[in-house]
Design a protein around this ligand. Sequence first.
Ligand code: KIV
Ligand code: ZN
Length: 520
Amino acid sequence: MPSTHVQIFDTTLRDGEQSPGAALNIEEKVEIARQLERLGVDIIEAGFPISSPGDFEAVRRIAAAVEAPTVCGLTRAVRGDIDVAWDALKGAKRPRIHTGLGVSDNHLQHKLRKSREQAMEMGVTAVAYAKSLGCEDIEYFTEDAGRADPDYLCRVVEAVIAAGATVINVPDTTGYATPEEYGAIFKMLLERVPNADKAVFSAHCHNDLGMATANSLAAVRNGARQVECTVNGIGERAGNTSLEEVVMAIHTRRDVFGVETGIVTTEIYKTSRLVTNLTGILVQPNKAIVGANAFAHSSGIHQDGVLKERSTYEIMDPRDVGITESKIVLSPRSGRHGVKHRLNELGYVYDSDEQFEKIYQRFLAVADRKKIVYDEDLEAIATDEARAGSAIYELIQLQVTCGDQAIPTATVKLRHENLAILMDADTGNGPVDAIYRAINRIVRVENELIEISLQSVTEGTDAQAGVTIRIRSGDDIFSGHAAHTDIIVAATKAYLNALNKLLGKSPGRQQNNSSELTTV
Ligand code: KIV
Ligand code: ZN
């Protein structure tokens, strides 16, 4: 009788971070990992340690920062990767190495250029090597299993379990399988692989045809007891299985699935907001569970029904996913204690008094302008400050002239992390163009603005504006996000946020580190 517990394996920080523009810095990754722990995920895939020193450090820091979840690092099936991953993971309370390689003929021929036997041998050797380092928990991924020959897949799975793999990941890497096909692969593996009872089988789906959630749930109905997913469904191309959809489907339709997860569902919305704020990847309004319209009823008939009895048109209670009516929580008269208390309730924990003081001063400035401060406002300030903490360039002063007959002109003053104060000015097609040109004269790093969007944090003309932008530099895309009661200031900070990420990824590009004051 298979267990009724389905483990939730969150790969927001690995597969999710592969979304174009999602690049997160180490502090942001640790913050998300801490929230994932509060959300109750069983496993956090924290990164791919060999891929860059930043990824290595993020995995190492997350391994030390969380207690309850298993911390996992991805590797190819080669010794060098496994050594580096183990170095990053060994400080974790529960470390897991996630290794593997392709199993479809397509991947074997075109990507790996290996015969089936050679590839199987490589996989077995990798698992045995990870085990020899002292790692007890080893997950093996059979990449592109959705398109693999079933007999070969069974042989690989049997061999790697015999070598010590404790979890078998069966990815539909290309998002090609249908729910019936994907479910049938799990049924087959559990029936045909003689040592299948020695491992947990895991679903890992991509959403190219919009079937990732349906496929993952079909796997669960056919014996999978781990689901790999990302918050808001972010990930390569069309994304990965969305954590909130799988969890709430299992929760709401217990009658169909007969299993449970350990997720604290009331933390779902907060986690979704944090990931949106830090990655800059916005959630579509009609997205299931966490979209702005997921619990909104606009037609008169529906509104009437819900007012009479909520269950007429709502199958879930929004409070179960942590969505509450926006409350007036704080005002200009609120003291430090009250603000800190509310921040803690919202899940923001600060290591230093200095960090909290910066948030409090910004809270006072917003409270002075708006008179009432909602949870969303406080959240926007807190995530903004978390970003600023690791900034290379910080905005000190901004002055803009614009209007119907005016030549849009901007003067910006920035502080470099080495404390140099830098100032420059430029004109542009509009105020934002002028500001970005002035910043570029200081920062001097090649980049192209490809998207800018504006959201309001709460309702009303006095609301804070959230600005999200994306810039391209070479083949890389970086997103930036910021919030402020002044839209122009928000747009400026969002641009600096994206530039800081760009510079953080390629430190050689931090041009302007002189201590001179540049004047126009
Ligand atoms: O989609 C996939 O196959 C993957 C593996 C590397 C686990 O992400
Ligand atoms: Zn994947």
